[in-house]
Design a binder for this molecule. Sequence first.
Ligand code: HEM
Length: 527
Amino acid sequence: MNENEKNKKRADNENEETLTNRQGHPVTNNQNMRTVGNRGPTTLENYDFLEKISHFDRERIPERVVHARGAGAHGYFTATGKAGDEPVSTYTRAKLFQEEGKQTPLFVRFSSVIHGGTSPETLRDPRGFAVKFYTEDGNWDLVGNNLKIFFIRDAIKFPDLIHAFKPDPVTNIQDGKRIFDFCSSSPETFHMITFLFSPWGIPANYRMMQGSGVNTYKWVNEEGKAVLVKYHWEPKQGIKNLTQDEADKIQATNFNHATQDLYEAIEKGDFPEWDLFVQIMSDDDHPELDFDPLDDTKLWPNDTFPWKHVGTMTLNKNPEDYFTEVEQVAFGTGVLVDGLDFSDDKMLQGRTFSYSDTQRYRVGPNYLQLPINAPNKRVATNQRGGQMQYKVDLGEKQNPHINYEPSTIDGLKEAKPTAKEYTPFIEGHLVRESIDRPSNTKQAGETFRNFEEWEREELIANLVSALGPADKRIQEKMIALAEEADQEYGRRLRDGLANAPKGETEHSKPISSKEGNDAPEEAVEKG
Ligand code: HEM
């Protein structure tokens, strides 16, 4: 029986407005528990009450361990059919990119990273930018951030990085001392720190921020030949970042401003759009570069690796229910379609285990059966059981007794590859070593010099404020990294710290608030 037919069936005392419980029983009294006399005690067999209160007791699922605060929207992707001037098929056979004008439905979730599910959206933090494409070949997730680089380049360091940025386990307060203790001892973080403490660390809202896949992926064409790619989203609304003062003012009156901005824009038909660009490199080590193309702490220079426009994303529909869609959506870097592949980027490989692992815990082992996560196409598997399985992924001709493969009695069969498989040759010693070209501070210096002067002023003021309460030893290590990046950067940080008002030494303030900031009043917009 389909949902519509089921909904037409009614009990004698039920019409289209009647409240029922989840067993379909009409509820005759939703104001009073069943009690012995009207002053109690209550009885235990009161099913309506037990169902209602015990469901309420379980309304929350575990928050995401990172990126807990988020907002989502539905939309579609429109392909250009090209990568710059060339047909996109030169590089990838992924179907969603092939024809000009081809549309693919998608769901996006934007987020902040460190604090909890209702934390202010004005905090200095990277912003998540995760997109689920419901393609004809199944789902593709592009799980990125607003900034184009990351703090670390080896996945084994991720839990330490996050612990350092999360609140202190004793005081439950975020502490700059702990953050810089970790970062000053992990010099690869310095480029990301330079972006994070500049105005780029507080995007004005979700509509006016960039996005990036950050990690290096591969594209594979019809001949099974691969190239390295990086993905970048560019907002057609322009880019707008906030000074710390501006963020503080917004936060004083509204800690949901980014969710509200996105929701209201879509409700009034002002649909936000982002162009998707790729940067492409041949699939090798690139010894001519002073950085490793698989190192996610680095930008790929635009002049050598130009941005190629491959499509546009439009967001045109708000979720119908926050929990069903935005809370339960599950993105993962392992979710690729034919024509898209992984690179050996060590962060990407670590991430690819982590996402589906956490989602089996956070949402449950059958999380992929939920409508928001299920692909927009046929699914037929031999997976059975597990908490909250509510249907069987039965193939059209599959014998329901045959949940294994191979079988000669109407079981599911393997598909044939549609194109030449990509089969890279890999050999080497198994080691635990960092990469040969760490180049930890060079690009941080370039980024510092590329900032506008007001951005440099904000960066120094924000770093001084956050580093002020840290030990002298940690301050000196951070100054040394800044000097290595750029002499002026180091000098301004040293002077700023020397002239900072003395005071708090026990616990630093959260990185989202600061004193003595003389940055410009207005937010600066970049087109
Ligand atoms: C969320 C792990 C690095 C972007 C998450 C979650 C985990 C995780 C466990 C929660 C997922 C969930 O509960 O559904 C890791 C690990 C990393 C890493 C182990 C490094 C080894 C990164 C990087 C980026 C990123 C480099 C940016 C490119 C995101 C985003 C989300 C997320 C956008 C939120 C997805 C959503 O909206 O549901 N990450 N992450 N992560 N991560 Fe990472």
